[in-house]
Design a protein around this ligand. Structure first.
Ligand SMILES: [Mg+2]
Length: 429
């Protein structure tokens, strides 16, 4: 074991990057151990492979391969539709484990997190490298899947480290050894370098991350924008982007869920709850200026079984009334077991900037008008400090917040106070 003083020079900051290997597929295996060692692919709901076990990868299946092709060429492969409710649950468990080591945990995506463990080796009387190893061991033992872990002085270098020996890797990049890792990292594999930029850099002879950091700062600044100069600094071991606990705006999904006591089989109650969840996750999305490409919702039975569905709307949207009809039309197949159900939840994921949405729309004016209405709703709610305005369908649920869901009293009544003719709104007095 290294002396702690030595380690402090090697890691002026100690950032760990944790990355689940074939995460969605691994989650399926973790839930059903009989799948262990078998080729498993997730992505039926999108028609393309989004994640796969290493057994599937070994057959030659790659991300983005059409599911129809997978079925045709590899009939032995077990194919799943993504169950994002379950993956989100595993993701939360992952972050809770990392949180044991440091409060500075920054979830980056559903299966990736950064953790700043700087200084924590002292009270724990250990080293950074031993902490990273222990974190990996806890994650694997408790979640039943493998993780690739990287430790380095910056987030960008920690990403290089976790990628270096995937899957099941545990790679340390102390500052004095950064160059030897960057020498074998192709420039296009660096986090934040897109295809166009890597082509441009290669034309100038920059084929590896090492060649990139060996160029003077001026050279980089004269050719590329500020984020790339920051990236250049991070690769050189200079911290530009600290890992922050709970940074908003980087979230790639939002979930809202609630458990009932007692459980219920009442469809109206379940639909009302889902509507409320949808309102809250989309409010967060609007606050962050993002819109989801995918919407999932789920019900959980008393025996902790999930039934979930994932919908890809025609265009990404963060406006509740554009997504609400999906709950009504897709809820019944989820309720086939009859219940009772103890929880419901909504997840939105695959978030993209709101600004890039409008151009995809078939009816931009209608969407824009609706967006304006929601802007006013958000402003009102902001001003009065509570959800004073919400979708009419969720209103009785709001009233009974915290209480057991009872029968919907006025579910059949037409809402009295429409907001400017928008059918889904009702102001609560
Ligand atoms: Mg991953």
């Amino acid at each position: 074991m290294k002396s702690r003083n030595g380690e402090e020079l090697e890691y002026p900051w100690a950032i760990v990057h944790v990355d689940g290997d074939g995460f969605f597929a691994s989650c399926e295996v973790a839930r059903d151990p009989s799948l262990r060692g078998k080729p498993v692919v997730v992505g039926a709901e999108r028609g393309i492979a989004t994640a796969m076990t290493y057994e599937a990868k070994a057959l030659g299946i790659t991300r983005g391969m059409p599911i129809a092709k997978v079925r045709r060429l590899f009939p032995e492969v077990i194919i799943f539709a993504g169950d994002y409710a379950w993956y989100t649950e595993v993701s939360r468990a992952m972050n809770r484990i990392i949180f044991r080591y440091t409060p500075e945990v920054e979830p980056y995506s559903i299966d990736e997190s950064f953790a700043d463990i700087t200084g924590f080796q002292i009270p724990k009387k250990t080293t950074y490298e031993a902490m990273a190893r222990a974190m990996k061991r806890d994650l694997q033992k408790e979640l039943g899947m493998t993780f690739s872990v990287g430790l380095a002085p910056t987030k960008t270098l920690a990403k290089v480290a976790s990628k270096h020996d995937k899957p099941d890797g545990c790679v340390f990049i102390p500052l004095p050894r950064a160059k030897e890792f960057l020498a074998v990292t192709p420039i296009e594999k660096v986090w934040g370098i897109g295809r166009r930029t890597s082509v441009k850099l290669k034309e100038e002879g920059v084929s590896t991350a090492l060649r990139f950091i060996d160029r003077p700062e001026k050279w980089v600044a004269s050719r590329l924008s500020k984020p790339y100069v920051e990236l250049w600094k991070e690769l050189r071991g200079e911290m530009v982007h600290p890992a922050h606990a709970g940074v908003r705006g980087k979230q790639q999904s939002f979930m809202h869920t609630r458990t009932f006591t007692p459980p219920t089989s009442d469809r109206k109650v379940l639909s009302r709850e889902l509507t409320r969840h949808l309102e809250s996750v989309l409010k967060s999305a609007r606050e962050d200026g993002v819109a989801p490409r995918l919407l999932s919702f789920f019900v959980k039975t008393q025996t902790f079984k999930y039934r979930s569905t994932t919908i890809k709307p025609l265009h990404p949207t963060n406006l509740p009334s554009e997504l609400l009809p999906f709950i009504e039309t897709q809820l019944d197949p989820l309720l086939d077991s009859g219940g009772p159900y103890r929880a419901t939840g909504v997840i939105i994921h695959d978030l993209i900037p709101e600004s890039s949405v409008a151009s995809d729309l078939f009816a931009p004016t209608a969407h824009e008008r609706l967006a304006k209405v929601y802007e006013r709703v958000d402003a009102l709610n902001e001003r009065y400090g509570a959800s004073v305005v919400h979708l009419a369908a969720s209103r009785p649920g709001q009233r009974k917040r915290g209480a057991a869901p009872g029968p919907m009293r006025n579910g059949k009544k037409k809402p009295k106070n429409h907001t400017r003719g928008m059918p889904f709104f009702q102001a609560e007095r």
